[in-house]
Design a protein around this ligand. Structure first.
Ligand code: GLU
Length: 434
């Protein structure tokens, strides 16, 4: 979408460009804000979009009487660096940015949010973090997490291994929230031996929004690294709508359960390992692994694994190629772990060709129960392995890891039945909320 010829001319003659702070006078009222790109899609070409002081974008239809004045031109990229000289006695944390909303700002090329904020930029926006730790920024990628794949998980795990073995006291990874659970699970299996906490965090609102949850989540993550020796992979995000509670979720048990709420992340089939209040006080609910002297990353991954969500009427023919050519199939089955007869036959064909097939439940809450009905028993007879209360996405990542880190399918199947990183539970707690 572009501005209309008339509006473009008005902007040009005022000397206004994207990022200029402008004063807009329409029908006697003045509005001040930063000029944003035109609306995307089929937006009205006579509407000018400015970012107001409160951080929100507003669109105004210009007319012949509108006047546009530039108050300030964009300063370029020379943001003021906060004082980040290492301070004696503070722990050393490495902040690794990968993109996502927490690494985004409004006004990207397509007129919406786009990633591009580096770890360094994040620290500049939150200079207080440097009072509690010496934080080294590091950028690995800058993408929305729907574009993250197993190569990114491997690069992350290797970087974390290197930084921890070089003496870091903790790692904070900023990540898009959409597939954060997958990355958290992948790092949980890859980093079985850890010398310090690895925290993955993100935000539901970009850092330049006044309502952003980025600052709270990042502060809680750094605080957790500084004051706990919990050497595991955790996701830390808001646990309430306010800034007064943060949940520490195990990397293999966490799921984004709401598209937009700040407290979208929940531990599934277990309670969060810990909670932190708004002052940084931590209350543990469960055990955490002991720190190892060194960190060791086992980063091999097989990409020949598929994740199928069963649905009524699912046509086996549509999935045949994918199923018979894969080394591993994770099914999010209905109820206790079921699929139709047609899909069961397809699974049999794939298993007979050497694939490993495992069953999770699309109910998300509760374990599989494949001895209750004939369907479940029949699926087990053909070789489908129940995954108890493991999340489908965790089972998917685990199967990728198990296939790549064992000598044969038999060993990989044994690994799938073992609990490697708290991914399935015998620890039933009465206060599991679902
Ligand atoms: N879809 C984007 C991502 O997962 C934005 C969502 C977010 O970070 O909250 O990276």
């Amino acid at each position: 979408m572009r501005y209309s010829a008339e509006l473009s001319k008005m902007l040009a003659s005022a000397g206004a460009k994207e990022g200029s702070v402008i004063s807009l006078t329409i029908d006697g009222s003045e509005y001040v804000g930063t000029l944003m790109p035109p609306q995307s899609g089929s937006g009205d070409p006579d509407i000018i979009v400015i970012r107001m002081k409160n951080g929100y974008d507003a669109g105004f239809r210009v007319n012949k009487g509108t006047s546009i004045k530039v108050l300030e031109q964009p300063a370029g990229k020379a943001a003021k660096k906060s004082d980040r000289k290492p301070k004696k006695g503070l722990p050393n944390i490495v902040l690794i940015a990968t993109g996502g909303t927490i690494g985004s700002q409004q006004g990207g090329a397509k007129g919406a949010q786009s990633p591009g904020l580096s770890a360094d930029g994040l620290l500049d926006m939150m200079p207080e973090l440097s009072d509690i730790a010496n934080i080294t920024p590091k950028d690995i990628i800058s993408v929305f997490s729907e574009n993250v794949n197993s190569e990114h998980w491997q690069a992350l795990a290797k970087t974390i291994e290197e930084e921890l073995n070089n003496g870091a006291d903790g790692i904070v990874v900023t990540h898009g929230t959409d597939t954060m659970g997958f990355t958290a699970a992948a790092l949980s299996f890859m980093l079985k031996e850890l010398s310090a906490p690895v925290i993955i965090t993100g935000s539901q609102r970009s850092t330049d929004r006044p309502s952003s949850d980025a600052y709270g989540n990042l502060l809680a993550s750094v605080r957790f690294c500084v004051s706990s020796k919990a050497a595991g992979v955790y996701v830390i995000m808001h646990d309430s709508m306010n800034d007064d509670s943060f949940a520490v979720h195990r990397g293999t048990r966490v799921r984004k359960m709401h598209t937009s709420r700040r407290d979208a992340f929940r531990s599934i089939n277990t309670v969060p390992v810990a909670r932190m209040d708004g002052n940084g006080k931590i209350t543990f609910n469960d055990e955490v692994p002991k720190a190892s002297a060194k960190t060791k990353a086992f980063t091999k991954m097989s990409d020949d694994v598929i994740l199928l969500h069963f649905y009524p009427g699912m046509d086996p023919a549509l999935f045949r190629d994918a199923a018979v050519n894969s080394k591993g199939i994770v099914i999010a089955g209905s109820g206790l772990g079921h699929v139709s007869d047609g899909i069961a036959s397809l699974l049999k064909e794939a298993i007979d060709k050497g694939a490993i097939a495992v069953m999770t439940s699309q109910c998300i809450n509760g374990p599989t129960g494949m001895n209750v009905y004939d369907t479940g028993r029949e699926l087990q007879n053909i070789g489908v392995i129940p995954m108890n209360d493991m999340l489908p996405e965790t089972a998917y990542v685990k199967l990728m890891w198990a296939i790549a880190n064992t000598k044969n399918a038999k060993e990989a199947k044994e690994l799938m039945k073992d609990t490697l990183s708290y991914e399935m539970g015998d620890r039933r707690t009465t206060d599991v909320i679902w």
